[in-house]
Design a protein around this ligand. Structure first.
Ligand SMILES: Cc1ncc(COP(=O)(O)O)c(C=O)c1O
Length: 376
C-alpha cells in the first residue's frame, strides 16, 4: 500500500457509491484491457469468482471436473459448490502444474471441465490442456489466482482459456483486500457470471417498468464493493513495478542458491513468463540429515516467514470423507513427493535488498547445518 492507494479508497468513502457504483466497471475494464480479453467480471473473492465460473460453465450434479491436488482447496471446492465432483490428476514435477497426460487419463464420459492452476505464478501447459479440452468438448477454467501479469507464449494469462480466474487477496500480485475476477472472451459466459454474482437476478432496462427485476436462477451475492475496486484500479497502475521487483528478487535467489546442491530451485519454462507469486524450493531429503519440518522450523526460528504450498487437496478430511467411486483416493505421487519436499521462501515486492540477502544467508546456514556428511 502507498498513499495513492489510501487516497483512492478515501475518495470512494467520500462519494455516493460504496457498492454498485462506477469503480467496479472501471476496474473490470482496466483488468480486461490489461489481459487483452473482452470481458471481466469482478467478484468479492477469488473463491466466489471460481464458484461463478463453475456455474457459468454449467457444472451440476454428476459432472466431473479435473483439477490438480497442488492448490488451495478453493480450486476444487467450487466444483463441490455446484454439486459436481472434482477429480484430481497428477502434476508435472518440474513446474507443479497439471500434467496434460494425467488429465487425459482422468477424462470420462462425465467430465465437463478442467481447472488447471498456474502454480506459484507459472502458467500451466495451456496449449496441451486446451487441445485436449477441445477434443473432449470440455471447458477450461484457468485458476490464475497466482498468475496475474503472467504470459504464455507471448500472450497475457487471461486472454487464452475459456475463463480465467484471478484472486486479489493481500498475498497475491495485486490486492483489493478481498476480491476476485473472471476474465473471458465469451459474451454468453460474461452474462451468466453477471447474473450469478447478483443472486441470479437480471433486469432488462427499457423493457420492463423501472422497479422490475426477476430472479431466474439461484445465484449469490458475490459483488465486489467500490471500495475494493478503487483500490484495485490504484494497484493495477503499479502492477508492472510489482512484477519487476518480484522477478529481480527471484533472479537474485536463483543465482545465490545455485551452489546448494541439496536444494532444487523453481523453473521457468522458456515459453512462459511467470508472475512469480511464490518462490518454492524443494529439499533433496536424501542428502540431508534433517527432515523438511526441521529445516522449516529452523528457518522460522531465524525469522523467515516460510510456508508450504500445498497440502494435496484430496488429503483434507473433508475430501477423504466425501470420496465417491469415481473420485476414490487417486494417489498423485508426484504431487505428494512435491508436497514432502517443498518450502516457499519469502517473496514480495516491498522486500528490501537487505531482506533478500538475509534470506539467502539464512538458507545457506540452515542447509549447511543439515547436510549429510560424505565419508571418504
Ligand atoms: C490457487 C488459488 N485459487 C483460489 C484461491 C482463492 O482466492 P481467494 O482467497 O481470493 O478467495 C486462492 C487463494 O489463496 C489460490 O491460491
Amino acid at each position: 500500500m502507498d498513499e495513492s492507494d489510501v487516497a483512492a479508497v478515501v475518495s470512494v468513502l467520500r462519494s455516493d457509491w460504496l457498492t454498485q457504483g462506477p469503480a467496479v466497471p472501471e476496474f473490470e475494464s482496466a483488468v480486461a484491457r490489461f489481459c487483452q480479453a473482452r470481458y471481466a467480471v469482478a467478484f468479492s473473492s477469488g473463491t466466489s469468482a471460481l464458484h461463478g465460473a463453475c456455474h457459468a460453465a454449467g457444472i451440476g450434479s454428476g459432472d466431473e471436473v479435473i483439477t490438480t491436488p497442488m492448490t488451495f482447496a478453493a480450486s476444487a471446492n467450487c466444483v463441490k459448490q455446484c454439486h459436481g465432483e472434482p477429480v484430481f490428476a497428477d502434476i508435472n514435477y518440474a513446474t507443479c502444474t497439471l500434467d496434460p497426460h494425467a488429465v487425459e487419463r482422468a477424462v470420462t464420459a462425465r467430465t465437463r471441465a478442467i481447472i488447471p492452476v498456474d502454480y506459484a505464478g507459472h502458467p500451466c501447459d495451456l496449449d496441451s490442456i486446451l487441445a485436449l479440452a477441445r477434443r473432449h468438448s470440455l471447458m477450461v477454467i484457468e485458476d490464475a489466482a497466482h498468475a496475474f501479469g503472467a504470459e504464455y507464449r507471448g500472450r497475457p494469462v487471461g486472454s487464452i482459456a475459456d475463463m480465467t480466474v484471478f484472486s486479489f487477496h493481500p498475498v497475491k500480485i495485486l490486492t483489493t483486500g478481498e476480491g476476485g475476477m473472471v476474465v473471458t472472451n465469451r459474451e454468453d459466459l460474461r452474462d451468466r457470471l453477471l447474473r450469478f454474482r447478483n443472486h441470479g437476478i437480471s433486469r432488462e432496462p427499457g423493457v420492463q417498468p423501472p422497479w422490475f427485476y426477476e430472479q431466474h436462477e439461484l445465484g449469490i451475492n458475490g459483488r465486489m464493493t467500490d471500495i475494493q475496486a478503487a483500490l484495485g484500479v490504484s494497484q493495477l497502475a503499479k502492477v508492472r513495478q510489482f512484477l519487476e521487483r518480484r522477478r529481480a528478487i527471484v533472479d537474485r535467489y536463483q543465482c545465490a542458491f545455485q551452489d546448494i546442491s541439496e536444494l532444487r530451485r523453481p523453473v521457468e519454462l522458456p515459453e512462459v513468463r511467470s508472475a512469480w507469486h511464490l518462490y518454492v524450493v524443494r529439499l533433496d531429503l536424501e542428502r540431508l540429515t534433517s527432515t523438511r519440518r526441521e529445516v522449516f522450523e529452523a528457518l522460522r526460528e531465524r525469522g523467515l516467514g516460510v510456508q508450504v504450498h500445498y497440502i494435496p487437496v484430496y488429503s483434507h478430511p473433508y475430501y477423504r470423507r466425501h470420496e465417491t467411486c469415481t473420485t476414490q483416493l487417486v494417489r498423485c505421487e508426484r504431487a505428494e513427493q512435491f508436497y514432502e519436499e517443498a518450502i516457499s521462501l519469502p517473496l514480495y515486492p516491498k522486500m528490501t535488498d537487505d531482506d533478500v540477502e538475509y534470506v539467502i544467508q539464512t538458507v545457506h546456514e540452515v542447509i549447511d547445518g543439515a547436510k549429510r556428511q560424505t565419508l571418504y
